[in-house]
Write a protein that binds this ligand. Sequence first.
Ligand SMILES: Nc1nc2c(ncn2[C@@H]2O[C@H](COP(=O)(O)OP(=O)(O)OP(=O)(O)O)[C@@H](O)[C@H]2O)c(=O)[nH]1
Length: 342
Amino acid sequence: MRLSPRALCDAARAAWRETFPLGGRDVARWFPGHMARGLKKMQSSLKLVDCIIEVHDARIPLSGRNPLFQETLGLKPHLLVLNKMDLADLEEQQKIIRHLEGEGLKNVVFTNCVKDENVKQIIPRVTELVGSSYRYHRGENLEYCIMVIGVPNVGKSSLINSLRRQHLRKGKATRVGGEPGITRAVMSRIQVCERPLMFLLDTPGVLAPRIESVETGLKLALCGTVLDHLVGEETLADYLLYTLNRHQLFGYVQHYGLGRACDDVVSVLKHVAVKLGKTQKVKVLTGTGDVNIVQPNYAAAARDFLHTFRSGRLGPVMLDRDVLQSLPEAGAQGHHPAEMDP
Ligand SMILES: Nc1nc2c(ncn2[C@@H]2O[C@H](COP(=O)(O)OP(=O)(O)OP(=O)(O)O)[C@@H](O)[C@H]2O)c(=O)[nH]1
């Protein structure tokens, strides 16, 4: 039987959690310190750079960006690419754009670098930005050099490969991976366009040394910017379940044949593990000797749940919905100075 989302929601509304327990988690441990070195190297190459393309995940357009980018690289023309738009619920796209504009981010493009969606807009936007900026000692140089930055796993390398497909009809120049930390070598210089002659510098993902809140940390982790085991796969699966239920995204019920929505992660993971045959034999010591019992493999079930979500099979999501809801409506929003503009 196929239940409508509303029926599922009504059935379980009483049990929905209103908040996620955030206390006692050491977010600092999730984000390794070696990232500061990457940022330092980027800064030292800045004089060669005409424009910065910052790639971020479209599912968290208003949180999780590294504030150090703004502080240390903010003098250059800047384009924000919100990638993985295919995985994001962009119903409130205009509100997102307005809010970012209010923060001084006037150049924003939403992309899907796997399917090359909107990627064609990027080079004309960059050319325009560089054309209207003062290039210091690089004024005579006809080559454009663009640095691509962002937190890990948001699709920086995928963007470069997509630009090459679009403008040079060439394939992969830089390695893409499903796990954070694929781009290790700082600054590979890759041509992406002939006219204008444009090179991009791919950089390793750099997270902020201090994440603004545990919840932001969890959102970043759901987007795959940190290795899951650092947060704990089951914790992350629980945060995912909490988010899906609050957003009334009940694709998981159908996907795993659960019958009804549920807010208890242990029950959900147990069901997933049994359905997928992910069980394990565990030896239990009893008063009369050892007994082998079969237990659900919760960690494997959590991994499957996270993987299914990240592949988009549970539907598009807006993880910053809480932030969006807390913003004033159009017209009521205050104006801030254009910090990232040249
Ligand atoms: N669905 C979807 N997946 C994407 C998109 N762009 C990239 N990916 C996937 O996201 C993962 C990370 O992509 P990368 O290009 O390696 O990301 P990165 O930012 O260079 O990663 P680091 O090197 O870790 O900093 C890969 O599995 C890509 O296939 C997109 O627009 N949509």
